[in-house]
Design a protein around this ligand. Structure first.
Ligand code: KG4
Ligand code: ZN
Length: 392
């Protein structure tokens, strides 16, 4: 089956075409026929975070060119004279920025060899999600193909399960259940238990800021650009390499509370207080604070995750979402998991595949499509707060 993945939930516009075969398990394999991604991160830098309407406009501007690139890479961009597709004007009226590009595009090219379209319908920024959804709807109508609405977080769970993801073809690792997923991204910090693909229970989550949000806000306090995660990581690594003393110390939030929840908003306040007390910050102090912040987040994430591994006899620990690109956090989890060598495995995505992309959406979409789990295009809407997991 050839499935086109579309992702626009936050500040990455991404399109990916895969050809996949086999059910979830050892017989599954796929080839990436085309993949394109555009990050808006630098555009949002001056806002210190993602500005929803800017994100929406940028998605609308880039989806058609990215799709064109993907189809070209796949050898599926075939010009044809006077192609007549049914174009749904009612949908396009809601996407005026896309209108000018998509109509000529659809009229110029023949229907590509694609069987279905998978699109993120949540969670995320609703204006941003809508652009991807309406794009998918127009394509599905014009090309007469079914749609699967995909939960973005399931994409982050599936990504670390893929072997050879950086190459053009991949398969699944052997996955032993129960799987515990630590999802750490700009909008989420969750511990999710899964006993099989598609079945998820929420064990714990942040009560306020997400881990990525904390990285972004603390970076701002330290005068570092958005997205803050990579910047803080870089400074923390420098502090460790230089052997700087910690210089400042933060309380590990909720570390000793008997639950699997997190809280990062108090930590952000502690950083603000430390910064204000020491202003103006020297480069050394900035590195010290960045490192102590990263250590604090890593301590809490690792401790709570390992508690869940113990309590639920977990056989596979997965870490996913943008913050899982963080070298130190990955290392801390890997170190903690090494004590469970003969009992459980630890999987993390390659760092460049930890952040948002459309491959993960196409992959999840494929497994849903195999089960006939299609979404009625009329019922397909953006769910900013879509919940993947049921509460325990
Ligand atoms: O999953 P993602 O790309 O988008 C969402 O679904 O939110 O995650 C983005 C988040 C941002 O908050 C960013 O600062 C953080 O991931 N991030 C990192 C690193 N790379 C990205 N956080 C810590 N260390 C990193 N290396
Ligand atoms: Zn994400």
């Amino acid at each position: 089956m050839r499935i086109l993945g579309i992702e626009t939930s936050c500040d990455e516009t991404a399109v990916c075409l895969i050809e996949a075969t086999g059910a979830f398990g050892p017989n599954f394999s796929f080839t990436t026929l085309g993949n394109a991604l555009l990050s808006q991160a630098t555009l949002h830098t001056k806002y210190g975070g993602v500005f929803p309407n800017l994100a929406k406009r940028e998605h609308a501007k880039h989806l058609v060119p990215l799709l064109q690139k993907v189809l070209e890479e796949a050898g599926e961009l075939k010009t044809a004279d006077a192609v007549v597709h049914h174009i749904d004007n009612a949908i396009l009226e809601r996407e005026p920025e896309m209108l000018a590009q998509i109509v000529p595009f659809l009229r110029s090219y023949a229907k590509p060899a694609i069987d279905a379209i998978a699109v993120t319908h949540g969670p995320g920024l609703e204006p941003a999600l809508w652009v991807g959804i309406n794009f998918a709807k127009v394509l599905a109508t014009a090309w007469n193909m079914p749609i699967v609405g995909v939960d973005h977080m399931e994409g982050h769970i599936i990504m670390p399960m893929i072997e050879n993801v950086a190459q053009s073809s991949g398969k699944l690792r052997a996955i032993a259940y129960p799987v515990l997923a630590l999802l750490i991204s700009g909008g989420h910090t969750e511990l999710i238990l899964s006993d099989t693909l598609g079945s998820y229970t929420l064990l714990g989550q942040t009560r306020d800021d997400a881990a990525g949000e904390a990285f972004d806000k603390v970076a701002r306090l330290l005068g570092l650009p958005y997205p803050g995660g990579p910047e803080i990581s870089r400074l923390s690594e420098a502090a460790r390499a230089e052997g700087l003393p910690s210089g400042v110390s933060f309380t590990r939030p909720m570390l000793h509370e008997p639950n699997l929840d997190f809280s990062f908003s108090g930590l952000k306040t502690a950083v603000r207080t430390a910064v204000e007390a020491r202003a103006p910050l020297t480069d050394t102090l900035t590195k010290q604070i960045a490192r102590e912040f990263e250590d604090t987040v890593a301590d809490v994430l690792t401790a709570k995750t390992m508690r869940a591994v113990e309590e639920h006899a977990v056989q596979t620990l997965i870490v996913g979402g943008g913050v899982s690109a963080n070298t130190h956090i990955r290392q801390r989890l890997a170190d903690a998991m090494s004590a469970y060598d003969d009992q459980a495995v630890f999987l993390a995505p390659p760092p460049e595949w930890a952040t948002d992309n459309a491959l993960m959406i196409a992959l999840v979409g494929y497994f849903h499509a195999l089960r006939g789990d299609w979404t009625d295009p009329l019922a397909l809407t953006a769910h900013g707060n879509l919940k993947l997991a049921k509460t325990a």
